[in-house]
Structure formats: structure tokens, C-alpha cells
Ligand binder design. Structure first.
Ligand SMILES: Nc1ncnc2c1ncn2[C@@H]1O[C@H](COP(=O)(O)OP(=O)(O)OP(=O)(O)O)[C@@H](O)[C@H]1O
Ligand SMILES: [Mg+2]
Length: 365
């Protein structure tokens, strides 16, 4: 196995600058999710790593090796695509064994290895079938088996679950996580699904517009987003953002002044904050005239079974609140939104998180 490093990697397609200057280091044995919206350059980055494209500038390393100029076959990586890319005329066994066959691995050894990975992925009973005789989830397992069959230095996966239905996606999410933990393989997993990224990865790298926004463990990405983009891209429903100002005693948002402790108030003042960010689960529904609650009216109520999402129109914008499963309320009803400002974060005019939330022990995290 090996670490994976992008060093000042630039990629242009003609006049289009897709990767600006990507610096990213994935430690050995770690599972990194490369997360970002459509078109931000995720697949491009993965293709550069696989050797399917050349960077315009910069270098790519796998382990200690500079692989920038190497052919894909010399890079010792395995890639799993969204489209599985199985050979339709070959049996499952031959599909899995193909990378070994290419390398000239003797038949007996090949068979043993195919049996081994098929057992790991629980597809041993499917080895004689052709891909068309398999379900989507089974095909995905075959594609994974083919990737792991030859112990590559790194696995690259590009949205491998996006062709599966929602239920199967959920199952395979857990399966891939287990598999990667078992293999302890350096993995780069591209997704635009923030839930996949948070649930599966050791590290999440958030990209936007060809630039890395933040790389950190999932919880840190969620609790201490580096900027407004990360804050609103990760989390469902996304973080609520309201314009905010400062008064003598606290933060002014949604038509009220909510008291802030003096240290945080001073930090906000120094940073020149312009917005407040609140996670829906850190907001509470309250009486419209409750102290320190922001007054608003119900915009929409969405019962989820286990909880209720309440969208409230406030001065300055709408906010989502995660309320209990028993919440009842009608559209247009007056309501208050309460929150503990220790759970809020604050953004400056450049969109950077200038003041983070305080953790439950009252310490700045
Ligand atoms: N071969 C190419 N020639 C020209 N432009 C390209 C090429 N490949 C990608 N692009 C452009 O580069 C940008 C990034 O594409 P990329 O496929 O890396 O995005 P992505 O983050 O993987 O998006 P998605 O989530 O939709 O797969 C897009 O604007 C795309 O149109
Ligand atoms: Mg892509």
C-alpha cells in the first residue's frame, strides 16, 4: 500500500482551468472521500492519479514514487468506475481474474485468488455467470472483486454506488467500508453525496470550483467547516445561514439580539462577521415571543417519521429546524426559533468561518 500525494496539480482542458493548484496528501491505509458538487473536478483528479490523463502542471506520487509520467498499468492502482465496466462476454470468474491474467499469473494461483476475493465479497456462487445475469449490486461486487484481486497500492473509486437504487446503495455503502477496513487499503472515493463521504471515510476532502476547500476527519468537517461553502454543502438539511450584525451585548440576527458571551462577542467583532450559521438540529421551535427566540412563521412542515423538519420564515431568510416527531403546526402560524449561540458559527465577509462553535464542554473546539 502507499500514500497518495497531489503536488500543485493544475489541469486545463484548453482554456478551461479545471484544477487550480491541487495539494492533497492521503496517508497510507486511509480512506479519503473526495467530495464536491458536479463539475468541481473530482473525476479529473482521479483520472490524473490513475494515469488516464496528464496534469498540465504539478506532480502525482503514489508511495514514494513520482508516477506523473507513468502509464496506468505501471502505477499499481485499481479503479472502480460508476459504470462497473465488466466484460459482458466473460464469466464472473474471468472478469475478476482478468487483471491477474494480464500479468501472466499462473492459472492455479489465479483460481485460488479469484476464490479468495469472491468469498470476501460473497459472490462465490456466481462465478460461472455472465454480467447480464447479475443484479446491479452483484455487478458492483464483481467490479470490487476485480479491483482487490491483485493487492494494488491504492484503490480509486468514482461514484461506485450511483447506479444502484437507494436501498442497495445503503447496503453497499456499509459493505465497501467494511471491505476497505479489512484490506486496510489506501482508498480515494469520489462522491458528490455528503452522507457517503461522512459515513465511509477517515478523511473528507471537500472540493469546489477546482480548489480544495478543506480536508479533515468527517466530524471536524461537520463541526468546524472552514468556510461557508463547506458548512452548507455538508449536512442535510444544510446549515442555516442568516445575515448577522453585532450589538453591545450580542449578535443581531433574524430581528433579535441574542446575547453572546463577551469573549465570543469580541472575537466576532475582531473578525468582522457578517453571517451566523446554525445547524437545524441546534435550533428549537419556541413560542413566538419567547426570550431570545427569533420570531417567524411556519413556511412548511415535513414529517419524517422519526422527526419533523420545520422550515420557518424569519427576517433575513428561512431556516430549517429539526423538531420532534410529535410536532404539530400549520403553515403561516407564528413561531419562534431558539438556539444556543455557543452552537453557532460565524462567517466573515470573505465567507470564511471566523468563529467556530463551542463544544459541549464549553471549550473552543
Ligand atoms: N476531457 C475533457 N475535456 C474538456 N472538459 C472536460 C473534460 N473532462 C472534464 N471536463 C470539464 O472539467 C470540469 C470538471 O469535470 P469532472 O468530470 O472532473 O467533474 P466531477 O467533479 O467529476 O463532476 P461529477 O460529479 O458530475 O462527476 C467540468 O466542467 C467538465 O466539463
Ligand atoms: Mg465525476
Amino acid at each position: 500500500m502507499g500514500s497518495v500525494v497531489f503536488k500543485s496539480v493544475v489541469k486545463n482542458f484548453g482554456a478551461l482551468n479545471v484544477l487550480r493548484s491541487l495539494d492533497l496528501a492521503v496517508p497510507d491505509h486511509k480512506f479519503l472521500a473526495l467530495l464536491g458538487p458536479s463539475g468541481c473536478g473530482k473525476t479529473t483528479a482521479l483520472r490524473l492519479l490513475a494515469g488516464l490523463d496528464m496534469p498540465t502542471a504539478g506532480k502525482v506520487f503514489i508511495g514514494e514514487r513520482d508516477v506523473t509520467r507513468l502509464q496506468p498499468r505501471d502505477r499499481d492502482i485499481a479503479m472502480v468506475f460508476q459504470s462497473y465496466a465488466l466484460y459482458p462476454q466473460m464469466t464472473v470468474a474471468d472478469n475478476i481474474g482478468y487483471p491477474l491474467w494480464i500479468r501472466g499469473t499462473p492459472e492455479a494461483e489465479r483460481k485460488a485468488k479469484i476464490g479468495e476475493v469472491a468469498a470476501i465479497l460473497e459472490i462465490g456462487h456466481l462465478l460461472d455467470r455472465r454480467p447480464r445475469q447479475l443484479s446491479g449490486g452483484q455487478r458492483q461486487r464483481v467490479a470490487l472483486a476485480r479491483a482487490i484481486v491483485r493487492d494494488p497500492a491504492a484503490f480509486l473509486m468514482d461514484e461506485p454506488l450511483s447506479n444502484l437504487d437507494a436501498r442497495l446503495r445503503l447496503t453497499m455503502r456499509g459493505e465497501i467500508k467494511r471491505l476497505c477496513q479489512r484490506l486496510s487499503a489506501t482508498t480515494i472515493y469520489v462522491t458528490h453525496d455528503q452522507v457517503e463521504a461522512l459515513t465511509m471515510a477517515d478523511l473528507v476532502a471537500v472540493m469546489h470550483g477546482g480548489e480544495l476547500q478543506q480536508m479533515a476527519p468527517p466530524i471536524e468537517i461537520y463541526d468546524r467547516p472552514a468556510n461557508r461553502f463547506v458548512a452548507t454543502f455538508v449536512g442535510n438539511p444544510p446549515m442555516n445561514i442568516l445575515p448577522a450584525g453585532l450589538a453591545e451585548q450580542g449578535v443581531v440576527a433574524g430581528g433579535r439580539t441574542v446575547p453572546l458571551d463577551p469573549a465570543r462577542l469580541e472575537a466576532c467583532r475582531r473578525a468582522g462577521i457578517v453571517e451566523i450559521g446554525l445547524r437545524p438540529e441546534d435550533c428549537l421551535v419556541a413560542q413566538p415571543d419567547a426570550m431570545n427566540a427569533l420570531p417567524g412563521e411556519i413556511y412548511v412542515v415535513e414529517p419524517m417519521g422519526n422527526e419533523t423538519l420545520v422550515n420557518v420564515r424569519l427576517e433575513g431568510g428561512n431556516v430549517s429546524v429539526r423538531a420532534g416527531r410529535d410536532f404539530r403546526g400549520a403553515v403561516g402560524e407564528n413561531i419562534g426559533v431558539a438556539f444556543d449561540p455557543a452552537n453557532a458559527c460565524f462567517f466573515n465577509a470573505a465567507g470564511l468561518t471566523a468563529v467556530h462553535r463551542v463544544n459541549s464542554n464549553g471549550r473552543e473546539k
